[in-house]
Design a protein around this ligand. Structure first.
Ligand SMILES: [Zn+2]
Length: 410
């Protein structure tokens, strides 16, 4: 059975490798007519080299993780770690926290060289990286502290329910996790985001006036318009909303403003307002709540399953190890779940584009903003349909522009 699991995981890896390879080949299609004058041959070659480097590293990292997992299964390393943690004599919940914490620490340490290479070699080589070593280390520390402070109590709660609450443990876990997620959704903009970035109010001027005028025309309340020091990490640009209702804030990356006209920026803001007005966020929350409910239910059915523990060569069963092993066994299913969720996300992007077109009425400003962002990010303009199906949360830029101009999405 462990052979079947390994083959299945290799199959998923092969699927990703095939999708990436087919995708890279699409660079041979050349620069689409829509982008003549924006993408010169030298820049296009640079984009191709950037994608090739990034994909190679990503596949190397994924392949390495898979090998590490196979080695751990074959050598019985999970059992070794489990025996050691158990011998420390903690209670069942602390034992679980230490076991899962150790494994996640090992994983992080092994992945660190790949992530460092990505930021300081690949992203730097193509002129995107602005992260200093100091920022990088700061992020790493803050990220780790945050995942311990938030993750450990949540994990402890779930372990507690499954240790004590019997049949309905999955319901308690599901409800409390949902509650915590909702609270975090409110807290994140006020507490977590400022830990990583600085926000300053957008100075008054034409851009601010235009955004405010647009928001008023749509009865869209805004508690503030901010710029964020995205340039601290990368030259890549973005815009988004944080918070809810009256606490809603618009955030523009500082890297975005100088590269676009006021009309382009307002058309992008109108797209973001579209996500709100079309209720894409609550829809996303409902889907994630349903998914987490199903996940906990399935988890409860396979808890301490002797077959699964046999695959990982474990001597004794436990809830904490079930948590990890079930998620490994189910990972091919989760990989495939990205197909419908990405599909929905792409529909939402088309809908938000249409909202911008219908409410701000400047199709060409949005098209031109999308083109500018694609060129700046060295995006592949003609991705392969298989890659789009598996991984694209946003539609390919040419499809978006076409849908914008014709008024209906494909
Ligand atoms: Zn969007």
């Amino acid at each position: 059975l462990s052979v079947i699991l390994i083959l299945l995981l290799m199959l998923v890896f092969a699927l990703d490798a095939v999708a990436e390879t087919l995708n890279l080949r699409r660079f041979e299609k050349g620069i689409p007519a829509e982008f003549t004058g924006l993408y010169d041959p030298a820049k296009y070659r640079k984009a191709r080299a950037y994608h090739t480097d990034s994909v190679r590293l990503a596949l190397l990292k994924q392949g390495f993780l898979l090998l590490l997992l196979i080695a751990a299964i074959e050598t019985g390393a999970f059992n070794g770690i489990d025996l050691w943690v158990r011998s420390q004599g903690f209670g069942p919940i602390w034992t679980g926290l230490v076991f899962l914490g150790l494994i996640s620490l090992i994983r992080t340490v092994f992945l660190l060289p790949f992530n460092i290479y990505d930021t300081f070699v690949i992203e730097a080589k193509y002129g995107f990286n602005r992260t200093t070593l100091k920022t990088y280390i700061g992020d790493l520390i803050k990220g780790t502290v945050l995942s311990i402070v938030l993750g450990a109590p949540i994990l402890a709660l779930v372990l507690y329910f499954f240790e004590r609450a019997g049949e309905l443990a999955w319901v308690y876990s599901w409800l409390s996790l949902t509650l915590i997620q909702l609270v975090l959704l409110y807290l994140a903009p006020a507490v977590i985001l400022p830990m990583f970035n600085k926000f300053s109010p957008l100075p008054s001027g034409e851009l601010r006036e235009e955004i405010e005028r647009y928001a008023r025309s749509r009865n869209f309340e805004l508690s503030g318009i901010f710029t964020m020091d995205g340039s601290k990490r990368s030259s890549k640009a973005n815009a988004f909303f944080t918070g809810f209702g009256k606490f809603r804030k618009l955030v523009l990356f500082d890297t975005m403003i100088p590269k676009h006209t006021v009309r382009e920026l307002v058309a992008v803001v109108a797209h973001e307002v579209g996500h709100f007005k079309l209720k894409h966020i609550p829809k996303g929350i409902v889907i994630s709540v349903i998914t987490s409910g199903l996940t906990f239910y399935v988890f409860s059915k396979f808890l301490n399953n002797p077959t699964i523990f046999g695959i990982f060569k474990m001597e004794s069963t436990s809830i904490y190890a079930s948590l990890m092993f079930i998620s490994i066994v189910a990972s091919p299913i989760f990989r495939l779940l990205s197909i419908p969720t990405n599909w929905l996300s792409r529909r939402h992007e088309f809908d938000a584009d249409r909202f911008s077109r219908e409410t701000y009425g400047d199709t060409e400003a949005l098209a031109s903003a999308l083109k500018g962002l694609s060129v700046d990010h060295l995006a592949l303009l003609t991705p392969h349909p298989l890659k789009v199906l598996l991984d694209y949360s946003h539609p390919p830029v040419l499809e978006r522009i076409q849908a914008l101009r014709s008024g209906d999405a494909p």
